[in-house]
Write a protein that binds this ligand. Structure first.
Ligand SMILES: [Zn+2]
Ligand SMILES: [Zn+2]
Length: 381
């Protein structure tokens, strides 16, 4: 068991059996993960300094970029190209996130897209509940192994397999580097008020724990909170708040609709800092061939936004029939006029008033029509 902390592919012949087992928390295997969280309380003893806190914040975002721009948009979806050396550099950068190896990450993520929100999905909040999708699934024995047969495009690189197998090597070196930096700064820049143990707690433990939970919000919250633009077969959603926390990954419904694009924010107002960072990296020559969102998908997005606006406008008109003279004369024209005035992206229905999962836009329009006889929504300002 302890060997598995060091060599995550230990006893590979049993891995297929492990994956076939029902979910069960493997407490022994999770000890390093528990230590990661418990060590955050070390702040009681090491205190804080502005430098240490800023280090934690900067390392959160630098490594969130690695999760989203590297583990997700490169290794999982191959939305851009790089050289073999560049790929190794990206895998090293990704390994500092302490979210295991790029191959384990990519395997599980591709599995998620194949089985989104069905019983096979390892982290669907609809199937397993919120806490299991957020943190529980990663503690389950069946989810520890990497199924190399599902990542043939990545398993052919021995350097990537090595990093995946010994997935604690880079995190340990990274933690030692942060500690060493703190020791050096204590000696040569005492005015910063930091030291080795303080920088280790803030820059590694607190920052990495926050990074884990920020990333996990996509597994849990991005299938619960936000709006659905596309009628995908899962319950993925678009959320501005999650886009801020996860540097653009909050546009999860866009991503489930079209995974091959480098960008998840399809419009300028859908901020996607990961995409901006990848664009900047492409200017250095490290990566190239960033994939755009096809015109047909953008047209589909415009159609869906328009249909949703009309449905919302119909609901609004039905709530105040007495103050809607247009409605008496020309109901459809009134609905379209309100929809146009409301903009194409600001009137998407929320989960409570919108259709249940997998409901299509035609159904949403019908819901609006039904609401004319039995209004249930509060008046819109
Ligand atoms: Zn994805
Ligand atoms: Zn998803």
């Amino acid at each position: 068991m302890v060997l598995q902390w060091i060599d995550s592919d230990h006893s590979p012949e049993r891995q297929a059996e492990m994956r076939a087992q029902p979910d069960r928390v493997d407490w022994m295997r999770c000890i390093p993960f528990i230590i990661l969280h418990v060590a955050c309380f070390g702040v009681i003893w090491v205190g804080w300094s502005a430098f240490a806190v800023w280090t934690a914040v900067v390392l959160y975002f630098v490594r969130m970029f690695a999760v989203t721009g590297i583990y997700h948009r490169y290794f999982s979806h191959k939305t851009y190209h790089t050289s073999r050396g560049g790929q190794f550099f990206l895998a090293l950068w990704g390994a500092t996130t302490v979210q295991r190896g790029a191959l384990w990450w990519a395997y599980h993520h591709r599995h998620h897209h194949q089985h989104s929100d069905d019983p096979e999905d390892a982290h669907s909040p609809h199937v397993h509940g919120f806490w299991w999708s957020h943190i529980g699934w990663i503690t389950s024995r069946r989810n520890f192994p990497t199924d190399y047969s599902k990542i043939n495009d990545l398993r052919k690189y021995p350097e990537l397999v090595w990093l995946n197998r010994f997935d604690t090597a880079v995190p340990i070196l990274f933690a030692l580097f942060i500690y060493g930096l703190g020791v050096i700064l204590e000696t040569y820049a005492p005015g910063l008020g930091t030291n080795g143990s303080q920088l280790l707690i803030w820059g590694f433990f607190i920052s990495t724990t926050a990074l884990f939970h920020g990333t996990s919000c996509i597994n849990s919250m991005a299938h619960l909170m936000g709006k659905r633009r596309f009628n995908t077969s899962d319950d993925s959603r678009n959320s501005f708040i999650l886009a801020l926390i996860c540097l653009g990954e909050g546009w999860h419904n866009n991503h489930h609709r079209y995974q091959a694009s480098t960008r998840n924010g399809f419009h300028w107002w859908e901020i996607d800092p990961t995409y901006y960072g990848l664009k900047a990296l492409s200017w250095t020559g490290l990566i190239w061939g960033l994939k755009p969102v096809p015109k047909s998908i953008m047209e589909e997005a415009a159609r869906m936004d328009h249909a949703t606006s009309i449905a919302a406008a119909q609901r609004a008109a039905s709530v105040h029939p007495e103050v809607s003279p247009f409605k008496k004369i020309m109901p459809a024209a009134a609905a379209i006029a309100v929809a146009t005035a409301s903009g194409s992206h600001s009137m998407l229905a929320s989960k409570s008033e919108a259709p249940a999962m997998h409901h299509d836009v035609a159904g949403m329009v019908q819901d609006g029509a039904k609401a004319e006889t039995t209004p249930t929504t509060p008046p819109l300002a």
